[in-house]
Design a protein around this ligand. Structure first.
Ligand code: HEC
Ligand code: HEC
Length: 340
């Protein structure tokens, strides 16, 4: 009788532990207190610990590129907000140069448009672009699937995330998306002040910079995401190398000429160089550019048509505010590092 009970209990424990092994661990996507609702649809891609870890492994793995030299992280580096600081425009396989600056990957769960021209509107297909792009990873989806199917490591990671080791395009990019949408930056000095965390205040200089920011910049770089997720012309001249007209390339609508996606300014201290072609290397240059805009430019967005006339000191104040958007918790978050 006693043995019967023990046997029953052990098999019960065994079944429970098996079950918890098979079911992946659900993760809650936490919206920071000072943020609005996110727009990414988690309904089609429920966040799980195993899905996130699979995505993280894929993000850091050069196996995705033709010659196994380039990973997503070759261009998107954590310590620079997942941007790339060395180059004005991206460098991919065989040192081939792209035509645009690598954007930071920050708070993308709140964005509807991706790429500088908004040419991608679904994160779950975004990753196909770099994998197959001849100047980025130059691979085919068939080859990627073949390699992952034949890897013991990925057989295990797919099984953990999806219950079996089937490898499909959709599974690959859903997992990568789980990693990418988890890149949430919400613990800068600015955020701590907005959440009224104890003992944290702007300096007088930062406070003045914040005032200037709200007046001159916030209509496009809207708080708290520091982008309104839309397109504008901030008055940059056409770059002579690439003749990139931005949004126009997608819509062919002449009103969209010179419009680019408004980038977030979070962690802007680290995401240089700046603009779609990386033409400015310092924030000082950016601020001098805005201050000295040619207001007769036909394509310049209306909100920038009024001269800013900031003094040197005001420019310094604005700069000091922008530095409060740096979030070291995010830049050094162990969960986003190269997987062990
Ligand atoms: C060779 C460099 C390079 C590689 C490798 C690369 N990217 Fe990118 N990434 C870029 C560039 C450049 C852009 C901007 C493209 C554009 O605007 O046309 C970009 C844009 C993005 C965006 C859109 C961001 C936004 O705010 O619009 C996401 C998301 C992204 N990449 C994720 C990835 C993932 C995931 C991988 C790996 C599967 C990857 N990237 C590999 C250079 C790269
Ligand atoms: C009319 C909308 C608009 C206003 C107002 C505006 N910006 Fe921008 N900003 C943009 C757009 C669009 C881009 C991207 C332009 C491009 O690369 O072609 C940009 C890019 C930037 C960048 C580079 C970001 C990166 O990741 O490369 C910085 C920094 C910046 N703006 C700061 C500011 C500051 C500071 C102000 C106020 C003085 C300001 N902006 C006002 C629309 C605006």
């Amino acid at each position: 009788m006693r043995w019967g009970v023990i046997l029953l209990l052990t098999s019960l424990f065994f079944l429970i532990s098996l079950r918890s092994k098979m079911e992946s661990e659900k993760l809650e996507f936490v919206i920071p207190d000072n943020f609005p609702k996110s727009v990414y649809d988690f309904g089609n891609n429920p966040l799980t610990e195993e899905g996130f870890q699979l995505g993280r492994n894929l993000f850091y793995d050069p196996i995705l590129s033709r010659d196994s030299t380039i990973s997503c992280a070759s261009c998107h580096l954590q310590f620079t907000g997942f941007a790339h600081v060395d180059h004005e425009v991206s460098h991919g396989i065989d040192g081939r140069k792209g035509t645009r600056n690598v954007p930071a990957l920050i708070n993308l769960a709140w964005n509807k448009f991706f790429h500088w021209d908004g040419g991608v509107n679904n994160l779950e297909v975004q990753g196909i672009n770099p994998v197959t792009h001849p100047k980025e990873m130059d691979n085919t989806l068939e080859e990627v699937i073949f390699r992952l199917k034949n890897s013991n490591k990925y057989q295990q990671l797919f099984t953990a995330a999806y219950g079996d080791d089937e490898v499909s395009t959709s599974r690959i990019f859903k997992a990568i998306t789980q990693f990418v949408v988890s890149l949430v930056s919400s613990n800068s000095k600015y955020d701590q002040i907005m959440r009224k965390e104890q003992g944290i205040n702007f300096t007088a200089q930062e406070q003045n910079g914040y005032k200037l920011f709200k007046k001159q910049c916030a209509s496009c770089h809207t708080e708290p995401l520091f982008t309104n997720d839309f397109f504008a012309s901030n008055g940059l001249s056409l770059d002579s190398n690439f003749l990139d007209y931005g949004r126009y390339g997608i819509t062919q609508n002449s009103e969209d000429k010179y419009l680019f996606k408004i980038p977030t300014l979070r962690n802007i201290e680290y995401t240089y160089p700046y603009m779609h072609d990386g033409r400015f290397s310092t924030l000082k240059e950016v601020l001098n550019f805005y201050n000295g805009l040619n207001h007769d430019l036909e394509y310049l967005s209306k909100t920038l048509k009024k001269p800013m006339k900031m003094t040197d000191n005001e420019i310094k104040d604005l700069l000091s505010f922008l530095l409060t958007l740096t979030d070291k918790t995010f830049l050094f978050d162990q969960r986003f590092l190269y997987p062990k």
